[in-house]
Ligand binder design. Structure first.
Ligand code: GDP
Ligand code: MG
Length: 308
């Protein structure tokens, strides 16, 4: 029988673990599961997920704090290739900028062959920032052996620091991912207090929820030409009164949003209001209407006024 020294164990355990805190960007082509990954790490629905591509337009900071680490997550917009208007040019600029400012980049892929859409995001990566290849949707892979040739293709394209397979949706291997990220973060005290989940204010979250409902409930024809503007946000005791303009490009897009007898709009409002009440923990009075601003997506000045 082995007789081991328990004093030694104690000594090892008393060495203090340094606190670490740093920023992590999540990038990848649309639909690979970036928002799902963030949501499951945070354990709360803050980033907006959707079956449709390109629902995260803003930089969104999610904060995950453990005993020894604070992770500051930035969910960058996906990489839009179809419509190259002013809005999308702005998005690509944001991505490149974010990637040079962070401590770790997670380049997320799904278990599929390297395609042109992945390549375009790869081209934005900087070799100066430690970058992980995160292979998501592991649950969809029958034979795990198939993952190797797939990883090799990507590995030839960029010097990844780590390769981590996960399933965001099933929360598989996420703890291992966080442990690996921790290795690359600087030793420093937490920047945000422990109970803070996001630095975005309620106004921003309200707009995101309305936008998510539009993406989910309105057909494919519309989404890229829609913006959501919070015109007024009042807090009266435990009641929030929120007034939201939904801005479209053309008159012809209005009926798609409003629906027969206003049914569609009503559904968007009701579902958004219910989510807001859960998130804010209080009653919400929500008023939404549709406004037409011709060519807004192509007008950089209009974009700035909308906060993009
Ligand atoms: P994003 O565009 O990269 O932010 O992707 P989303 O997070 O919006 O996810 C796109 C779709 O992939 C959604 O329908 C998710 O439910 C799905 N998804 C994300 N992660 C996983 C996963 O680990 N397994 C499976 N099977 N589906 C996933
Ligand atoms: Mg997303």
């Amino acid at each position: 029988m082995t007789d081991y020294d328990s004093d030694l164990d104690l000594e090892v355990n008393t060495t203090p673990v340094p606190f670490k805190c740093g920023t992590v960007a999540i990038v990848g082509r649309p639909n690979v599961g970036k928002s799902t990954l963030l949501n499951h790490i945070l354990g709360m629905k803050l980033a907006i997920t959707s079956r449709k591509a390109q629902t995260t337009r803003h930089r969104l900071l999610g904060i995950h704090t453990t005993e020894d680490t604070q992770f500051l997550f930035v969910d960058t917009p996906g990489f839009q290739q179809k419509h190259l208007n002013a809005l999308n040019k702005g998005l690509n600029k944001t991505v490149t900028q974010v990637l040079t400012e962070v401590d770790v980049v997670l380049f997320v892929i799904e278990p599929m062959k390297l395609g042109d859409a992945d390549r375009k995001v790869l081209a934005l990566l900087s070799e100066k920032t430690p970058t992980f290849l995160v292979v998501n949707k592991l649950d969809l892979m029958g034979d795990k052996g198939n993952i190797l040739p797939l990883i090799q293709d990507f590995d030839l394209e960029f010097p990844f620091s780590e390769i981590v397979p996960v399933s965001a949706k099933k929360s598989l291997n996420l703890d291992e991912l966080l442990e690996t990220i921790r290795k690359y973060l600087p030793e420093q005290a937490a920047i945000y207090s422990e109970d803070e989940l996001t630095d975005k204010n309620e106004r921003f979250l309200a707009a995101e929820l309305v936008r998510e409902k539009i993406f989910r409930l309105v057909g494919d024809e519309l989404p890229y030409a829609v913006a959501v503007e919070i015109e007024k946000f009042e807090i009266i005791g435990n009641l929030r009164r929120i007034f939201v303009a939904i801005i479209v490009d053309k008159d012809s897009q209005k009926p798609m949003l409003i629906g027969k007898n206003g049914e569609k709009m009503k559904q968007i409002s009701t579902e958004a209001r219910q989510d807001m009440e859960k998130l804010f923990g209080g009653k919400v009075y929500l008023e939404t209407w549709v406004k037409v601003k011709g060519g807004w997506a192509d007008d950089e000045r209009a974009l700035k006024s909308l906060g993009y």
